[in-house]
Design a protein around this ligand. Structure first.
Ligand code: SF4
Ligand code: SF4
Length: 431
């Protein structure tokens, strides 16, 4: 195994292949707080890519209810259990190491446990297993939305205040988790494929299965910790999300050959405006190139308000989440690592700049590469409750945020205060 650097973990880790990184990386941020589980994203993907025979059970994009739901059923609980077995008490984080200049090397600290690559061998150096995983049974793929909206917490009783829904954390809670392939920096699927049929594109880091090379051994299905590689019995090959790459390349036939990268179908369809997709520049080392004007870089690297899903698995996923405000921190920390408290502290009471950037979710189908903010007047002061329970006053300014495409052209301009329009009520019947 080679040693590669995983910045989510703040340390090097074992991986079957040497470091090799794309020039730009497909990445996205989902704001869990805004999702209404309408499944429009799910259907947008399904009707574009997985409507054929053998693909009936394939949901490359799915939205599940946590803590009990999951597709395939129990995917994360099962893998966390296996990781714990191979690594008892080990899924813990310590202080970040310091680099030569004395700055912390990892944004979330240093992961002290084993990843799915390190835990795979189970002590046997000559073990042929490269990735810790499991193959879901057919039954586990049966229910794409099992336990929808089933809450965790005491059974609802009399309104005596014991079942409070006041912040900072609700006693009875659930939330929606939106999932697709993370186009990981160190993909488990790619690591496990004995045919070398899975590859990561140099131009955008999208992970694809070469259908000519694939022989359907399902090693990728077993090894993807997020269970986003799926077997198609009619072709006897595996398939997975392709990040709508014709759109990413700006050559979606329906939209013309503009050459400007467009967001994927699931992103553009999002009704709740929870999604933002981007292409971030990367260094040859795999680190993200310093680019604080890029909205994704800003949210993930500068403000650390969006966090990776199960970073302890070790694949360095490129999907990031703004965690839900009302869920107990212990649950969130297992899922998104130790950055949860800091992320929620900022999200619950965003400052002027962060609030402006948060307006850019789902405002254009064109991928945004840069933002600029024009200052506006102060419009309100509101009292908010932070995750710590502390109250704070948020000052809101009606700033304008502008978004620019890959060519540097302005494609969107939105204000913090949402404009409202009143229809004149002149007619009794509005049909
Ligand atoms: S999420 Fe799974 S299928 Fe997607 S790149 Fe990562 S390991 Fe591969
Ligand atoms: S379309 Fe958006 S709001 Fe609706 S389920 Fe998907 S992510 Fe959630």
């Amino acid at each position: 195994m080679a040693q590669v650097y995983n910045w989510h973990l703040g340390r090097s880790m074992e991986y079957p292949y040497e470091e090799q990184h794309p020039d730009r990386q497909f990445a996205f941020v989902f704001n869990i707080n805004r999702c209404i589980a309408c499944q429009t994203c799910t259907m947008a993907c399904k009707s574009t890519w997985t409507f054929g025979p053998g693909q009936e059970y394939m949901w490359w994009n799915n939205v599940e209810s946590k803590p009990f739901g999951g597709y395939p059923q129990g995917w994360d609980v099962k893998l966390l259990g296996k990781l714990e077995q191979a690594n008892p008490g080990g899924q813990v984080w310590g202080e970040a190491e310091e680099d030569e200049s004395g700055s912390p090397r990892g944004p979330y600290g240093k992961y002290a446990g084993k990843t799915i690559f390190e835990a795979a061998k189970d002590g046997a150096e000559d073990s042929p297993q490269r990735v810790l995983g499991y193959l879901p049974s057919e039954e586990e793929w049966r229910h794409p939305n099992i336990h929808e909206e089933t809450a965790h917490g005491p059974v609802l009783g009399p309104r005596d205040g014991s079942h409070s829904v006041e912040l900072p954390a609700h006693r009875v809670w659930y939330f929606y988790l939106q999932r697709l392939c993370n186009h990981c920096t160190y993909p488990g699927c790619l690591a496990a494929c004995p045919r070398k049929a899975i590859y990561k594109r140099d131009e955008d880091g999208v992970v694809l299965v070469d259908q000519e090379r694939c022989r359907g051994y399902r090693k990728c299905v077993e090894a993807c910790p997020y269970k986003k590689a799926m077997y198609r019995p009619t072709t006897r090959t595996s398939e997975k999300c392709i990040a709508c790459y014709p759109r990413l390349e700006g050559r979606d036939p329906e939209l013309g050959e503009s050459g400007v990268p467009l967001e994927t179908r699931c992103m553009t369809a999002c009704v709740g405006k929870i999604r933002m997709q981007g292409l971030v520049r990367t260094e040859p080392s795999g680190a993200w190139a310093n680019d604080p004007g890029n909205p994704l870089y800003y949210l993930i690297q500068e403000r650390k308000v969006a966090l990776p899903l199960y970073p302890q698995f070790g694949t360095e996923p490129n999907g990031y989440y703004i965690p839900p405000r009302w869920v107990p921190a212990r649950h969130l920390e297992q899922m998104f690592g130790p950055g949860v408290e800091a992320a929620l502290e900022q999200y619950s009471c965003p400052d002027r700049e962060l609030l402006a950037v948060l307006q850019l979710f789902r405002v254009s189908r064109i991928v945004l590469f840069r933002f600029e903010i024009e200052k506006g007047p102060k419009v309100a002061e509101v009292e908010v409750t932070l995750p710590s329970g502390r109250k704070k006053t948020q000052t809101i300014y009606n700033d304008t945020v502008r978004g620019f495409d890959a060519r540097g052209q302005e494609v969107v301009r939105v204000t913090v205060e949402e404009p409202t329009f009143e229809r004149p009520s002149r007619h009794l019947n509005s049909i």
